[in-house]
Ligand binder design. Structure first.
Ligand code: 5GP
Ligand code: MG
Length: 179
C-alpha cells in the first residue's frame, strides 16, 4: 500500500479540499469579470488545477505549459526549459499560472520570464504548496495553499518517479523510499 511509504500525512484529503475551496472563493472575487487564462504547469499541477477551477465561479479559460528541469530533485542543475507552449496568445490577458509546488523557484522563475515577454495584462502565481526554505530565486506566489517544511512531499499531483500523484492527501515520503 502506498500509505506505508509515507512518513507522515501533512494534510488530509478534507484539509486539502477545504483550502482549495477557500482559494477558489478568493480567486472568484479577484478575477470577477476578467476572463482569466488559467495556465497549468504539467504534469504536477493537473489535479490541483482540476480541483481549483471547479471552485472558481467566474468564467475562465484554460491552457497548459510544461517545463523540464535537468537533474534530479535533490541535485538540481538549475537549467529549466519550456517543453510545451501555450496554444493561444496571452497579450493583454490576465494570466494565472498554476503549479503544484514552489521549491527552489527555478521552474516558475523561468516560466514567468518567458510569459512576461508576451505582455499579459497581469501574471499571477498560484501554488498548492510553498517550500520557502529551498528558494534560490527571488519569487513569491500570489496564492499559496499551504507552506510546507523542507521535506519531500507527494500526493495531489506531486510525484516521486511518476508515482503517488493520485494520493488524495499530501504526505511526506519516507526517505527510505528514495534513498
Ligand atoms: P523548483 O523549480 O521550484 O525547484 O521546483 C519545481 C518542481 O520540483 C516542482 O514542480 C516539482 O515537480 C518538484 N518538487 C520540488 N519539491 C518537491 C517535493 O517536495 N515533492 C515533489 N514530489 N516534487 C517536488
Ligand atoms: Mg513539477
Amino acid at each position: 500500500m502506498m500509505e506505508e511509504d509515507m512518513k507522515a500525512i501533512l494534510y488530509t484529503k478534507e484539509e486539502v479540499a477545504a483550502r482549495i475551496q477557500a482559494m477558489g472563493e478568493q480567486l472568484t472575487r479577484d478575477y470577477q469579470g476578467e476572463l482569466p487564462m488559467v495556465v497549468g504547469v504539467l504534469r504536477g499541477s493537473f489535479i490541483f488545477m482540476a480541483d481549483l477551477v471547479r471552485c472558481i465561479q467566474t468564467p475562465l479559460e484554460l491552457d497548459f505549459v510544461a517545463a523540464s528541469s535537468y537533474g534530479s530533485w535533490a541535485v538540481s542543475t538549475g537549467k529549466v526549459e519550456m517543453r510545451l507552449d501555450l496554444e493561444k496568445e496571452i497579450m493583454g490577458r490576465h494570466v494565472l499560472l498554476v503549479e503544484d509546488i514552489l521549491d527552489t523557484g527555478r521552474t516558475l522563475s523561468k516560466l514567468v520570464e518567458e510569459l512576461k515577454k508576451r505582455h499579459p495584462a497581469s501574471l499571477k502565481l498560484c501554488v498548492l504548496l510553498d517550500k520557502p526554505d529551498r528558494r534560490v530565486t527571488e519569487i513569491e506566489a500570489d496564492y499559496v495553499g499551504f507552506t510546507v517544511p523542507d521535506e519531500f512531499v507527494v500526493g495531489c499531483g506531486l510525484d516521486f518517479n511518476q508515482k503517488y500523484r493520485q494520493l488524495p492527501y499530501i504526505g511526506i515520503l519516507k526517505p527510505s523510499v528514495y534513498e
